[in-house]
Design a protein around this ligand. Sequence first.
Ligand code: C5P
Length: 223
Amino acid sequence: MKHISIAIDGPAGAGKSTLARQAAQRLGFLYVDTGAIYRTVALKALESSADPADPEQVVPLLDGLNVKMDHGPDGGQRMFLDGKDVSDAIRQHRVSGAASQVAAIPQVREFLLDFQRRQAREHDVLMDGRDIGTVVLPDADVKIFLTAAPEARAHRRARELELRGEKADYETILHDIIRRDEQDRNRPVAPLRQAEDAVLVDTTRLNLEESLEALLAAIKERT
Ligand code: C5P
C-alpha cells in the first residue's frame, strides 16, 4: 500500500515543530522532525570538539554515527546519540547554529537522505524541515510552506527559551534567526525555498490554535 506523505518546510521559529506534531497526531500520521536529526549530528560534532562548519572534521564523524529516533505516545520524537537520549540537549541555542552549519555540508545531507526517505516508504508521514518538498520527498501528496515574519518568530523563540529557563535576549535571537535564515536560503545544496507546488501558510498574525486550523485546512484542501 502506498503511504501518504505531507511535507512541511519553512524557516526557523515559524512554529513548524509544534504545529506539525499536533497536525500529525490529529491525522494519525508519523511525525518526523528532520531538524532534530541535523541537530543530533551537530551535537556529535560539538561533543567531539570538531568545527561544525568544517567538512574535513565533520564528514569522518558520519562513519559509525549512532543516531536513533523514537516516537512517544504523544507523537513527540526523541533522539538518541550513542544510546543516550539527547532530545533536550539538541534544543540548546549553541546547537541551533551548529546544526545550520553541518546542514550545509553535502555529505551530511546525502547521508541523512536515505534515512528520511525510508520513513516515508514505511509510514504515513508528516515530515518537517527545509528541503522536504523540494529534495527529500518531491512527490509528497501535500506540500506546505509554513512561515512568519522574523520578528514574530524571534518573540516565540524567546518565550520558548524562557520557559525552559534559558537566557533569552530578543535582539540576539532576532539577529541569529535572520543569520540562520540567510545561511539556510543561500547554501548551494538544498537551500530553503518554497516548492512551486507548495501551499503558503503564514502564521505571523495567528496564535497556535489558529495556525493549527490553517495548517489542517490547507492539508484537507489537498487530500
Ligand atoms: O528545524 P530546526 O531549526 O530544528 O533545524 C535546525 C537546522 O537544521 C536548520 O537551521 C537547518 O539548517 C537544518 N535543516 C536542514 N534541512 C532540514 C531540516 C533542518 O538543513 N530538512
